[in-house]
Write a protein that binds this ligand. Structure first.
Ligand code: ARG
Length: 461
């Protein structure tokens, strides 16, 4: 008979036991469940609700259970539904009636809220460290080729010259916002729900502050009904994870393009690619493609969680058990991404000559001509028009922009000076972009230095 079986006269039907169990996925919460129970039991004794001797026995037995689980010497089965029941029933098996005191003043509804918050607090901290690692790999990869130039794209069309390092640092910025989002979510996770009971607190004189301090939370929840019903913190974390996955998926798409024969800007290390079972010549960027695919699953988790909560009346409803499947999957997926990407980025080889050759397309410097005209006092819209006419003239004459003579250029750009013919040098074009946040050699070097310093400081924290 289940631990809650007092008012029942029939066993749960076997399909229903399979249907309702959560032990197959919530067993990963065992450490946090035990930590929560230890704090709760200490508090119960401190408040005189249970004898000190019972508390000591229970705590010692919880430690033994923890050890047994870690050694694989603990039997899990669907008869006991979830991780809470497994641990409580192991306590009762070992200690008899003394073990049965553990659940005083507690419900599985506030217990699961506590376990999830403890677990996600740990995981979120690890995620932040993982995001920092990813940033570090990007910064170092960028720094190793700090002067490599390439075409930058808009609409996937050649736009203007950029530094390869500037492109990678764009992802470092995205990941920085991701880390900040996680740190902010952590504030909402880090709230202690125990003492909310099933929904209405408890008649027992529990000390919630005692439990909060023991478990290192910054605050306690202020409304017992909210505390057992709330999954905002899970949804918020899933949304952070979805954005991280999206950023990584976007980077993956860049890498996939860059290692295609058409671009040929990079080569990913063999360890991150696979071959074709049919075509002997193939080396495919599967890791990147899988990231695009896995990102879809992370979005699925976010959608599932939002949908899970939207129609629930207060307070706890069993639907909420499904939250764990979604958030665990999203978490595992993003953790896997964060393990695979830093070494893939670090080992990626860049083909500087190919990048340089593509960046030498003089069309990339058309805007530089227009801005030169602005410097000479021509209103920008007219400058734009003149350079556009020049581009058209070159197309009609079957030449590149840098193949026209000064006289030919003056047919469409009357203000052109000999200096205009020098504007087609891609390094010079990149070098002139000195604004903060720009792709010039100086601002990019400054950003690289700043990121190294910042990430080293994060490391020390
Ligand atoms: N396994 C449940 C969950 O994950 C724990 C809480 C169950 N509470 C209940 N009254 N059935 O949400």
């Amino acid at each position: 008979m289940a631990l809650w079986g007092g008012r029942f006269s029939a066993q749960t039907q076997s399909d229903v036991a399979v249907y309702s169990e959560s032990i197959s996925f919530d067993r990963r919460l065992y450490r946090h469940d035990i930590a929560g129970s230890k704090a709760h039991v200490e508090m119960l004794a401190h408040q005189g609700i249970i004898p000190e001797s019972s508390a000591a026995e229970i705590i010692a037995e919880l430690d033994r259970i923890l050890e047994r689980i870690e050694q694989g010497d603990f039997k899990f089965g669907i008869e006991l539904e979830d991780i809470h029941m497994h641990i409580e029933s192991a306590l009762i098996d070992a200690l008899g009636p003394e073990g049965a005191r553990v659940h005083s003043g507690r419900s599985r509804n506030d217990q699961i809220a506590l376990d999830l918050r403890l677990y996600l607090r740990d995981e979120t901290r690890k995620l932040i460290a993982g995001v920092r690692e990813f940033q570090r790999a990007l910064v170092e990869r960028a720094a190793a080729d700090a002067d490599a130039i390439m075409p930058g794209f808009t609409h996937l069309q050649h736009a203007q010259v950029v530094l390869f390092a500037h492109h990678l640092l764009a992802y470092v910025e995205m990941l920085d916002r991701d880390a900040a989002r996680l740190a902010d979510t952590l504030k909402r996770i880090d709230v202690m729900p125990l003492g909310s009971g099933a929904l209405a607190g408890s008649t027992l004189p529990l000390d919630r502050e005692f439990v909060r301090r023991k478990l290192g939370f910054t605050a306690i929840t202020r409304n017992s009904m909210d505390a057992v019903a709330d999954r905002d913190f899970v949804i918020e974390l899933a949304s952070d994870l979805a954005i991280i996955a999206m950023h990584t998926s976007r980077l993956s798409e860049d890498l996939i393009l860059w290692c295609s024969q058409e671009f040929d800007f990079i080569e990913l290390d063999d360890a991150f690619c696979t071959g074709s079972s049919l075509m002997p010549q193939k080396k495919n960027p599967d890791v990147c493609e899988l990231t695009r695919g896995k990102t879809a699953r992370v979005y699925g988790a976010l959608t599932a969680l939002l949908t899970l909560c939207k129609g629930l009346p207060l307070t706890y409803n069993r639907d909420l058990q499904e939250d764990k499947l979604a958030i665990f999957d999203a978490l595992d997926t993003v953790k896997a991404i964060l393990r695979v990407y830093p070494p893939m980025i670090a080992s990626m080889r860049i083909k500087r000559d190919n990048m340089r050759r593509a960046a030498a397309d003089p069309a990339l410097m058309a805007t530089d001509l227009a801005e030169k005209l602005v410097e000479l006092g021509v209103p920008f819209r007219s400058a734009h028009h003149r350079v556009g006419s020049f581009v058209k003239w070159c197309r009609e004459h079957g030449c590149r922009l840098d193949e026209a003579s000064l006289e030919e250029m003056r047919e469409t750009i009357p203000e052109a000076t000999p200096e205009f013919l020098q504007l087609f040098d891609p390094e010079a074009s990149a070098a002139k972009r000195r604004l903060a946040g720009g792709t010039g050699f100086e601002p990019v070097a400054a950003e690289l230095a700043a990121w190294r310093k910042r990430l080293a400081a994060e490391d020390e924290r």
